[in-house]
Design a protein around this ligand. Structure first.
Ligand code: AQP
Length: 355
């Protein structure tokens, strides 16, 4: 039985300042994966206009995400870094997927419900509803197999699998007439597939970094309070202030992970420490169990500054030379277009478009 060649794909939206959640949930994993995998990392600017159409400086934001990738350690020579709108095949495949996916699938997405509910109903674009279909296309236009993301994207990746599976089933006979199909197992079933069943890579001690003000809410770019998040570009003093002011409870840290249950803020800070130091939560508690937050927080400040300061410094340096970033993105887009075009030519043939 043949199988798909492993390929990693992921994207980040240029919709505001990157925060620690984006870094620990996504970018830090991107960096680690490039050691053993072929990787494609994308600044998803088409996604950026789904929730808000007009941006003050979409180009600048796009460059800053690319700068964050590179400053964090992604190698654009060995891997591919580009912005989504420069590869029109993403949008072309998304249209095919809009016709494969069912409206009900999209309406069930938690992110859509959160962003389109209440007073936002009138402002909700068709693009926001179709967002997961474009995300499936981003991944599958490269027939990528593995997608590192934060826990908040899990539902969208399950949908990408549903779309891939429905395409494979709807077009089975057409796929068989070409030589492009691959034999895979879906559960116990052997399937002749054109698109792989993508695997989310979500694990780690901080798969969902929570707000510093409320341990039950995701750390997010759109939170009104800047104190709720640590931005990648925050200086040492700001990081220190935000961690010192982070909400906690009055108890000392427990010695076992079990003891973090029902203590969302403590759990979040321990998870952040663990992810930043490449340790498990249990290892962190082995070091700090029984200690008060007055001891733990300064240690977390030192660690966060030690990890983030070189990244923000390098981002600033890169942002001063936009010609260099633009050249990286242009070169990346050329490499991405060549791969995406190969897939789209085959998809056009499978679907039956006259070429
Ligand atoms: N809090 C988080 N914890 C872990 N991972 C996170 N990600 C986002 N927030 C967290 C992951 O970062 C990657 C890029 O995310 P995105 O560009 O899609 O942005 P987003 O998820 O829309 O980010 P925000 O901050 O949550 O934006 P708003 O406020 O607009 O909703 C993804 O892999 C994501 O999982």
């Amino acid at each position: 039985m043949s199988d798909f060649k492993p390929l990693v794909f992921s994207g980040v939206q240029p919709t505001g300042n990157l925060h620690l959640g984006n870094y620990l949930g996504a970018i830090r994993k991107f960096v680690a994966l490039q050691q053993d995998h072929d990787c494609i990392y994308c600044v998803v600017d088409l996604h950026a206009i789904t929730a808000q159409l007009v941006h003050q400086d979409l180009r600048g934001q796009t460059r800053s995400i690319a700068a964050a990738f590179i400053a964090s350690g992604i190698d654009p020579e060995k891997h591919i870094v580009f912005n989504q709108s420069a590869v029109p095949q993403h949008a072309e495949l998304a249209w095919v997927f809009n016709c494969v996916a069912r409206i009900g699938w999209m309406e069930r997405m938690t992110q859509f419900k959160d962003k389109s509910g209440g007073k936002n109903a009138e402002q909700t674009s068709l693009g926001l509803l179709a967002y997961p279909s474009l995300m499936a296309a981003d991944i599958l236009v490269y027939r990528a197999t593995h997608v590192p993301v934060g826990d908040d994207q899990k539902q969208h990746l399950e949908l990408a699998r549903d779309i891939a599976q429905k395409f494979n089933i709807d077009f089975t006979d057409h796929i068989r007439k070409t030589s492009y199909g691959v034999d895979i197992m879906v559960g116990e079933e052997p399937v002749h597939a054109y698109f792989p069943m993508v695997e989310p890579l979500i694990g780690g001690p901080a798969p969902r970094v929570m707000s510093l003000r409320d341990g039950t809410k995701k750390m997010s770019k759109s939170d009104a309070s800047d104190l709720s998040r640590i931005n990648l570009m925050d200086d040492a003093e700001t990081i220190s202030k935000k961690i010192r002011k982070a909400k906690t409870d009055p108890d000392a840290l427990p010695s076992e992970v079990e003891g973090l249950k029902g203590r969302p803020e403590a759990d979040n800070l321990v998870g952040i420490y663990a992810a930043l130091s490449d340790k498990t939560k249990q290892e962190v508690l082995g070091e700090f169990g029984g200690q008060q937050f007055s001891v733990f927080k300064p240690a977390l400040v030192d660690l966060a500054v030690e990890v983030l300061a070189p990244i923000s410094g390098e981002m600033r340096r890169l942002m001063d030379d936009t010609t260099h970033i633009d050249a990286i993105l242009r070169k990346g887009a050329e490499k991405a277009r060549a791969r995406a075009d190969l897939t789209m030519n085959q998809v056009r043939e499978i679907v039956g478009f006259l070429q």
